[in-house]
Design a protein around this ligand. Structure first.
Ligand code: AMP
Length: 213
C-alpha cells in the first residue's frame, strides 16, 4: 500500500520519510530524489528535467509517471511512503488508478506556518555525497561545510536559493494544496502539526500508519 506525504517544500516530509524508513522498515520513495539522481547521472530524463528543476518549476506529469512506475515495487506486503508525489490533482488521480498493491491507504499532510518555510529552505544544506540534510541554524554540521556522516561537501541545492524557493512555494499553493482537499474528500487525510521536534512527529505518524495494518 501507499502512504502519501503531502506538505509544502520545507515542511519536513522528506526527513520524516527517511526517519520512518530507518526505524520501521517502510520504503521511502521521493520523486525529487529520483529526479536528482537522473540529473546527476545525465540520463535522457535527467537532461530533460535539469533546467526546470533548477528553476524550482514542476516537471511534466508524463515524466513523473515514468519515474514512479520504474521505482514502485510489486510486493503486496510493502508500505511505501511516497514523498513529493502527487503534486497536483491530475497526479493524484493517476496514482489512484494504479490500484492493487499500490492502493493509496492514507495521505499525511505536514502542516507548517507559511512564514517558517522560507527560512527552513534557504538555510538548508545538503551533503553532495550522501544526501544528508543540515540547516545552518537549526541543525548545523559539526565542521562548517562538511557532512558529519561521510565528510562529503555540503552544498545549497540550486532550488533552495530564495527566488527559486518563492517559485516553489507559489506552485505548492496553486497546484498541491488542492490535493489536500482531494484526499480529504476521499476520507483518508490525516493532518500532522509539523512545527515540532522531528522525533515526536515521527512517532505520531508511525502510530497513524500502524492503525492501517
Ligand atoms: P523535492 O525534492 O520534492 O522538493 O522535488 C524537487 C523538484 O523535483 C521539484 O521542485 C520539481 O521540480 C521536481 N518534482 C518532484 N516531484 C514532482 C512531481 N510530483 N511533479 C512535478 N515535479 C516534481
Amino acid at each position: 500500500m501507499i502512504v502519501v506525504f503531502i506538505g509544502a517544500p520545507g515542511s519536513g516530509k522528506g526527513t520524516q520519510a527517511s526517519i520512518l524508513s530507518k526505524n520501521y522498515g517502510y520504503k521511502a520513495l521521493s520523486t525529487g530524489e529520483c529526479l536528482r539522481k537522473h540529473v546527476k547521472e545525465e540520463t535522457p530524463i535527467g537532461i530533460k528535467v535539469k533546467e526546470i528543476m533548477e528553476k524550482g518549476g514542476l516537471v511534466s506529469d508524463d515524466i513523473l509517471l515514468q519515474v514512479l512506475q520504474a521505482e514502485l515495487g510489486s510486493k503486496a506486503d510493502e508500505t511505501i511512503l511516497l514523498d513529493g508525489y502527487p503534486r497536483n490533482v491530475e497526479q493524484a488521480k493517476t496514482l489512484g488508478r494504479l490500484g492493487g498493491v499500490h492502493k493509496v491507504a492514507l495521505a499525511v499532510m505536514f502542516d507548517l506556518p507559511q512564514e517558517l518555510l522560507l527560512s527552513r529552505l534557504t538555510g538548508r544544506r545538503v551533503c553532495s555525497q550522501c544526501g544528508q540534510n543540515f540547516h545552518i541554524e537549526s541543525l548545523p554540521s559539526k565542521v562548517s561545510g562538511v557532512c558529519d556522516i561521510c565528510q562529503g561537501k555540503l552544498i545549497q541545492r540550486a532550488d533552495d536559493f530564495e527566488e527559486k524557493v518563492r517559485t516553489r512555494l507559489e506552485l505548492y499553493e496553486s497546484f498541491t494544496k488542492p490535493v489536500v482537499d482531494y484526499y480529504r474528500n476521499l476520507g483518508i487525510l490525516e493532518l500532522v502539526n509539523a512545527d515540532r521536534d522531528v522525533a515526536k512527529i515521527a512517532i505520531e505518524v508511525a502510530e497513524i500508519i500502524k492503525k492501517l495494518n
